[in-house]
Design a protein around this ligand. Structure first.
Ligand code: PAF
Length: 273
């Protein structure tokens, strides 16, 4: 893969990278289409990265569909698909990792210790193997995008980071490979995250509410009304770059939340102002 990509560099071709864990939906395909707009060669990767799953998480049952993914990637315009094996990426004596400090210790980092270390390490490795000019990630994983941008900046990777908008189902549920875990009734209720976010945005825009506590209480109420058994992990109002909690909603504020519904942990976010 490294040799192949070096050849494109020699030919002065711009490489765009879209890292994925497979089981692709329209959200992933929009990342590929975005890369297609800016790059001569689009490389997509499929790798369910064990290092970013905690032992109790869903690594083993994470959905996989390599054949379907390859067909979808071809349709969306990928030129190359890199599907390494776990032993290619993490040989038995593997012992190096990349970590971003402060901003990984909050939000997702609290519920998923070690998760971002796994993400930054695999993405750094993919950057080193493929040496892309640009890389596209989804806004749905807002903290991941922020952490990866920090890594690129701090480690001087000459890579343009493009963060593509979240693609949603008709009812507003953010597309995610994990939506597949729901039965039809549960799936209907999963829209509660989106409803809560939209209502927070309306309260900020129309009712000029700038107190995060008020917004949070209303969001909890909406989620519980739709799905009383929902377990809310966090609802946060943060600066988009530093991820510092906002005491008052200011322009740029991102509201993000994580909710456990029927053993499935969903995340979503929205720019409030
Ligand atoms: O967002 C994902 O699917 C994964 O975290 C990524 C960026 C492909 C790294 O494994």
């Amino acid at each position: 893969m490294q040799i192949r990509c070096r050849q494109f560099v020699v030919q002065d071709k711009k490489i765009g990278l879209v890292p994925t864990m497979g089981f692709l939906h329209d959200g992933h395909l929009s990342l590929v289409k975005t890369a297609r707009l800016y790059a001569d060669i689009v490389v997509a990767t499929i790798f369910v990265n064990p290092a970013q799953f905690a032992p109790h998480e869903d690594f083993d049952r994470y959905p996989r569909d390599e054949k379907g993914d390859l067909a979808k990637l071809k349709m969306a315009g990928a030129d190359i698909v890199f599907i390494p094996r776990v032993q290619d990426i993490y040989p038995p004596d593997f012992q190096t990792s990349v970590t971003v400090d402060k901003i990984t210790g909050i939000l997702e980092g609290i519920s998923r210790p070690g998760h971002f270390k796994g993400v930054t390490t695999i993405v750094a490795k993919l950057f080193n193997i493929i040496r892309p000019d640009l890389a596209v990630f989804g806004m749905k994983d807002f903290q991941q995008a922020t952490v990866l941008k920090k890594m690129v900046n701090d480690l001087d990777y000459p890579i343009k980071m493009i963060i593509a908008s979240t693609v949603r189902e008709k009812d507003g549920l953010a597309m995610s490979s994990r939506n597949k875990y729901f039965n039809p009734d549960q799936r209907k209720k999963a829209v509660c995250l989106h409803h809560a976010l939209v209502s927070a945005k309306k309260m900020v825009k129309n009712d000029k509410i700038s107190n995060p506590k008020l917004l949070k209480n209303r969001m909890i109420q909406i989620i519980k009304d739709i799905c009383p058994t929902a377990n809310i992990d966090y609802i946060a109002f943060t600066d988009p770059v530093t991820l510092a909690a906002m005491k008052q909603i200011k322009p740029g504020c991102i509201c993000s939340l994580a909710v456990r519904l029927y053993k499935v942990r969903l995340i979503d976010n929205m720019k409030l102002l």
